[in-house]
Design a protein around this ligand. Structure first.
Ligand SMILES: [Mn+2]
Length: 257
């Protein structure tokens, strides 16, 4: 029998971006058994639905089915900086409740899930700079649509350059202490991570846009961060163009962190 987890967490799928790994995320969720699914923010690259491909809609369709009360699975959407403002739309379209942060108790331990951009002072102080960087990123992603290698490299570089990982981790640990929780879970940085300080645990779920797709499981054996290896023998690099090609740079919004 397959192991049933209490909770599975994924984040930063960036639906609508060409590098989104939506088919792999769908395949993973269909193969896993869990009682609660937390979509931990930045599931969308932006609010322009015309950029969603068939695969992206398929993923949303699955989430909608999964959230049917008959399935007995609680689906939770925690808002990220890219899908900020989606709460109303998503609750109607996908039937999922959207939270700024979501708290629950498991085996006597207090857990908290929050996207993590709240602890990213760089993106707050330098909004204009990051926005420009993200426009450049999107443009590069477009001209390099064949291999996507450069876009992925840039995504990693961007993350390192911002030194987000540490900053978000430290901010989250402080927030966990204030909120009196044992475990805190974030996304946003695209870098999977586990840390412990003064009895408080921090976990980052990574992302589903790069060559590594990672997820968190919480169950009887504790918390684990794992990489998902697609079952499909060869992953076609989704040559499918978006339903409506992106045109105006002004419309483009935030694919990376
Ligand atoms: Mn984010």
């Amino acid at each position: 029998m397959e192991k049933c987890f209490d909770t599975v967490i994924i984040s930063d799928l960036h639906l609508g971006a060409e590098i989104s790994r939506a088919p792999d995320a769908l395949e993973f969720l269909q193969s896993a058994v869990f009682r609660r699914l937390i979509l931990l923010g930045d599931m969308f690259a932006d609010l322009n639905f015309s950029r969603l491909t068939k695969d992206h809609w398929k993923f949303l369709g699955f989430i909608r089915k999964l959230s049917n009360p008959k399935r007995g699975v609680e689906v939770v959407w925690v808002e990220g900086n890219h899908d900020h403002g989606l709460a109303q739309i998503m609750s109607h379209l996908v039937g999922v409740r959207v939270y700024q942060e979501y708290a629950w108790t498991y085996r006597g331990k207090r857990h908290l899930a929050i996207h993590g951009h709240q602890f990213d002072s760089f993106s707050i102080r330098n909004f204009k700079v990051t926005r420009l960087g993200q426009l450049v990123f999107l443009w590069l992603q477009k001209i390099d649509s064949k291999s996507k290698r450069f876009a992925r490299y840039l995504d990693r570089l961007n993350t390192r350059w911002l030194q987000l990982s540490q900053q978000v981790a430290q901010g989250a640990l402080r927030h966990a202490k204030q909120s009196k929780v044992h475990r805190i879970f974030c996304g946003h940085t695209h870098v999977p991570m586990a840390l412990e300080r003064d009895g408080v645990e921090y976990y980052n779920s990574g992302a589903w846009v790069d060559s590594r797709c990672t997820y968190i499981t919480i169950g009887r054996d504790g918390v684990a961060i794992d990489e998902y290896i697609p079952r499909r023998p060869e992953r076609r690099d989704s040559n499918e163009p978006p339903a409506v090609p992106a045109s105006e740079p002004e419309e483009l919004l935030l694919p990376a962190v």
